[in-house]
Design a protein around this ligand. Structure first.
Ligand code: AMP
Length: 221
């Protein structure tokens, strides 16, 4: 099962992809997380990506495509893969189709999460994440037990630099211009089922809708 999570920043792709991958044993591949890890480690990839990420722009396709091909080459695709934050442009989607084709696979589901812009800006402003285990919180509706500390591993939570309101508005514009065209790309004959899910609901409600869309089974089964 190859699943793509599509949707604007702050809509809940990461949270839901994590839940889905844990419940179904899929490999969760989040390109934003991979790039942030590369930056922390100071690799060449991290240095190349830095300026684009800080401005809220997309990292060039050739850098991202190379990175994802490396990851896909190492995973067991038979076990299922959930792609979170990739593809984000039509050339990335075409490159993904080619890579999967070489493995005898194709995209099975595109899960499109939606929410109004004002909800997204508020969610992203309140987002805090754990740089160590990747758990994501929100100071407005999913706060950690101890202010600023990860419940799971106790590390100090961070507010991503590209989550400031101005950069988020830029990221939303980039999403509309460069990523939203993928909805038509997949709807018009790329062979994958596109399922649109209203992301402006509780984490549990969205989770149930996504589980249903992936394999017709509920979250608890
Ligand atoms: P995310 O964590 O998915 O919100 O991604 C954070 C940032 O990483 C984005 O704003 C982009 O600068 C970069 N990025 C992540 N995934 C991609 C991608 N598929 N293509 C280009 N840039 C990406």
């Amino acid at each position: 099962m190859i699943v793509i999570m599509l949707g604007p920043p702050g809509v809940g792709k990461g949270t839901q992809a994590k839940l889905l991958s844990e419940a179904r044993g899929y490999r969760h591949v989040a390109t934003g997380d991979l790039l942030r890890a590369a930056r922390r480690e100071g690799t060449e990839l991290g240095r190349k990506a830095q300026a684009f990420m800080d401005r809220g722009e997309l990292v060039p396709d050739e850098i991202i495509i190379g990175m994802v091909e490396e990851v896909l080459g190492a995973v067991d695709p038979e076990g299922g893969v959930i792609l979170d934050g990739f593809p984000r442009t039509v050339p990335q989607a075409e490159a993904l189709a080619d890579s999967l084709d070489r493995l005898g696979l194709s995209v099975d589901r595109v899960l499109l999460l939606t929410a109004p812009d004002e909800v997204l800006v508020k969610r992203v402003a309140g987002r805090r994440s754990c740089p160590v285990c990747g758990k994501v919180y929100n100071v407005h509706f999913n706060a950690p037990a101890e202010d600023g500390r990860c419940d799971a591993c106790g590390s100090e939570l961070v507010h991503r630099a590209d989550d400031d309101p101005e950069t988020v508005r830029n990221r939303l514009g980039v999403y509309r211009r460069q990523t939203e065209p993928l909805v038509d790309f997949y709807r018009n004959g790329a062979g994958a089922a596109v399922v649109e899910v209203d992301g402006n609901r509780s984490v549990d409600t969205v989770q149930s809708a996504l589980f249903e869309a992936v394999d017709g089974r509920g979250a608890g089964t």
